[in-house]
Design a protein around this ligand. Structure first.
Ligand SMILES: [Zn+2]
Length: 288
């Protein structure tokens, strides 16, 4: 956990999304939660030394942002699409997937019940806790229910997965055009310190690099479609992006799968077969 301003702490060295917490004059607000249950329990012990956890804010519907909510006793705030997605998650499969992350995880997942958002917003909302102001803004792109969270008094914004800094970008359910608009919305924010969804801390100077990578992916798949490539062929053959960035912590070996998912999603998006009826789900770990 790294302290990045007077009251903002960020974790970006472990498997899962970048998550963090803010210490206010009236308790703690956590932004996203650890993916691994054992990491969630470690963080919980750390927070207990610092004060009462008041709220958890989730920035998106993928499991690496909310799985750990369950290990904390605090109400969760998120975009309404995040709540809907969590409530519709096949928890048996979810638990099996997360249980494969380590030896100690299956036991910690016994009786797992997700702590889904009970306070939701559509376009945005502001939460005041102690002397701190948390501003959530809906910024669809990486997913339809993505949101950024600005902590006004600290000059920090948690951008969520609309920024993958120097690690592979997951576009497996992305709308690339909305994503580019989201990057422009991030550019307009007053906050200068960017906590990306994955990868090291960054700032507005990274927006162009993130945008051009998304554009390149979109054009790459569009070129394949224009040449008459089928979806199956596109998913198999469009591999040139694989080596452009390393995978984030704990995602070793997942690059080929992620590239296939990105190519498939962009193919569907560009051919009008989108949105897919079901959100794409990650493959399950092999049964032991
Ligand atoms: Zn994500």
């Amino acid at each position: 956990m790294e302290q990045i301003t007077a009251n903002v702490f960020v974790e970006n060295q472990i498997r899962g999304c970048n998550h963090g917490f803010v210490t206010t004059s009236d308790g703690i607000v956590m932004i996203d939660s650890p993916h691994k249950p054992s990491d969630a329990l470690k963080l919980k012990a750390e927070l207990e030394k610092r004060g009462e956890l008041r709220y958890i804010i989730n920035t998106e519907p993928h499991g690496d942002h909310w799985t750990g909510n369950a290990f904390f006793d605090a109400p969760v705030v998120a975009h309404e699409g995040v709540r809907e997605r969590i409530l519709n998650t096949n928890m048996e499969e979810h638990v099996m997937r997360v249980g494969a992350f380590g030896q100690e995880e299956p036991k910690l997942l016994e009786g797992y019940t997700a702590n889904a958002p009970i306070i939701t917003f559509k376009n945005g909302m502001t939460l005041h806790v102690g002397n701190h102001t948390f501003q959530m803004i809906h910024m669809p792109g990486h997913t339809a229910s993505q949101a950024s969270v600005s902590i006004k008094e600290e000059g920090v914004v948690f951008t969520s997965d609309n920024i993958f800094c120097k690690v592979q970008t997951w576009l497996h359910e992305a709308n690339p055009d909305l994503w580019l608009l989201a990057l422009e919305s991030l550019r307009k924010l007053d906050e200068e310190i960017f906590v990306p969804g994955h990868g090291p801390m960054t700032d507005k100077t990274y927006l162009d690099e993130q945008g051009s990578f998304i554009l390149e992916w979109r054009d790459y798949v569009k070129g394949a479609i224009d040449q008459g490539m089928t979806r199956d062929d596109a998913v198999t053959n469009l591999t040139k992006m694989t080596d452009r960035y390393p995978m984030d912590v704990g995602q070793d070996g997942m690059a080929p799968m992620v590239m296939r998912m990105c190519a498939g999603n962009l193919y569907d998006y560009l051919t009008g077969a989108w949105p897919a009826p079901q959100p794409p789900s990650l493959p399950l770990p092999p049964r032991q």
